[in-house]
Design a protein around this ligand. Structure first.
Ligand code: AMP
Ligand code: GLY
Length: 427
């Protein structure tokens, strides 16, 4: 089988790495890929939003299955475009991807199907939003409706800040049209958790639970990032709670989308807050999480290409999906200045000293020249270690991270630490 992976970050590198181990896969292409992916796949310089260019490429190269990493092409309708041309592709249709593409859609959908989430109001008028924010019981969370590269949710600390955030989104249009409408919702307290699931549109199978670390600094301080590291599985959820998440959140969403004629085949991502009154939805994504994928997929024992094929064919069953009884930790190495303005073009050293079966380096923002690697983005690399226990995986991943260096390299030193102390929630 010839596979095309769309995207060029750490998530796509782990997808290519895992697919390269499949007995079904003979050749992997990536578009646009990155310097690490280029060591395992043939990269084509096509942008992820160039749907026609990607479909032309798949047709011209006899690609049997296309796997989409990022949300943008999914929300633009890459799956519809490929299917119209008779090309096999893994991911939700454009109408189903709305669950991530529009927070207004997602919140109204949750209300329609009684899915637990923070109470909310939707605003298309700046004046009404400001009036509401002034009178609301703080704390609140303000979210732009559309895609905003993980920066579209703000928790203001004062009334003035709330007004400024609303003005940024609705008046100054910092997220362009994504901020034409906004959601203001109640702030939820609890433990944050990621549960991703494989679904063929009918059957839903949760993956191992994971936790992202969104803030730039240790102890969850500083501004939000795309994610500074992740670990899996977590001890936050008991088996009973996982069942509740399946029955009250994952299954009703897929069933509801189905009822509305929105075909969802792919990975469904639920960002949850485990509150005192049970799990509540913070956000939905229509794809693998990044960096969660770099912690979860190395623990998958099954052949990923086989899982994807069953999903596309609509006959996914539990036996197809097996997990290793181990723990994985992924630490992101980022450029100085990230997540604001960051440097590029610094030589990365120490990569070749990391050969080991259970330690992987997934590239995100990198490029190569000859046999040298250089930084080329905010999040540069994700180092993942797999071990029998979480504490051993943490030791191993930091031993590996310390061997890598580039000027201005920054990373969190506490990835996975909360997993060591976490209390399991039972409901
Ligand atoms: P979102 O883009 O909706 O995922 O939000 C980004 C981050 O903001 C989440 O990962 C949470 O850490 C935080 N967040 C979002 N909504 C809420 C909420 N209702 N209560 C508390 N924190 C939230
Ligand atoms: N790690 C969060 C996300 O992928 O959106």
């Amino acid at each position: 089988m010839r596979v095309l992976v769309v995207g060029g970050g750490g998530r796509e590198h782990v997808l290519v790495w895992k697919l390269s181990q499949s007995k079904l896969v003979k050749k992997i292409y990536a578009a646009p890929g990155n310097a690490g992916i280029a060591e395992m796949a043939e990269c084509a310089d096509i942008a992820v939003h160039d749907l026609k260019g990607l479909a032309d490429f798949a047709q011209a190269n006899g690609v049997d299955l296309t796997v989409v990493g990022p949300e943008l092409p999914l929300t633009l309708g890459i799956v519809d475009e490929f299917e119209e041309r008779g090309l096999r592709i893994f991911g939700p249709s454009k109408s189903a991807a709305q669950i991530e593409g529009s927070k207004v859609f997602a919140k109204e959908f949750m209300k329609r199907y009684h899915i637990p989430t923070a109470s909310f109001r939707i605003f298309g008028s700046r004046e009404e939003a400001i009036q509401f924010a002034r009178s609301a019981d703080v704390p609140i969370v303000i979210k732009a409706d559309g895609l905003a590269a993980g920066k579209g949710a703000v928790i203001p600390e004062s009334g003035e800040e709330a007004e400024r955030v609303i003005d940024d989104m609705m008046l100054r249009k910092v997220f362009q049209e994504a901020g034409s409408k906004i959601v203001i919702e109640h702030f939820l307290e609890g433990e944050e958790l990621t549960v991703m699931a494989f679904t063929d549109g009918e059957h839903v199978f949760p993956m191992l639970s994971s936790q992202d670390h969104k803030k730039i600094y240790d102890g969850d301080k500083g501004p939000n990032t795309g994610g500074m590291g992740a670990y899996a599985p977590t001890r936050v959820v008991s088996e009973g709670l996982m069942e509740t998440i399946g029955q009250e959140i994952l299954e009703p969403v897929i069933e509801g989308l189905n009822q509305e004629g929105r075909v969802y085949k792919g990975v469904f991502y639920a960002g949850l807050m485990i509150t005192d009154t049970g799990p509540k939805v913070l956000e939905f994504n229509c794809r693998f999480g990044d960096p969660e994928a770099q912690a979860v997929l190395p623990l998958l024992e099954s052949d990923l290409a086989e899982v994807f094929c069953h999903i596309v064919d609509g006959d996914l069953h539990a036996d197809t999906i097996k997990w290793q009884d181990k723990c994985a930790v992924c630490v992101v190495l980022a450029s100085r200045g990230y997540p604001v303005e960051y440097e590029k073009g610094k030589e990365i050293k120490g990569l070749r000293r990391l050969a080991g079966r259970d330690t992987m380096v997934f590239h995100a923002g990198t490029r190569s020249e000859g046999n040298r690697f250089y930084t080329n983005g905010g999040r540069v690399l994700g180092v993942t270690a797999v071990e029998k226990s979480l504490s051993r995986a943490i030791d191993k991943v930091y031993n590996a991270a310390r061997k890598i260096s580039f000027e201005g390299m920054q990373y969190r030193k506490d990835i996975g630490a909360r997993g060591l102390n976490a209390k399991t929630s039972f409901f």
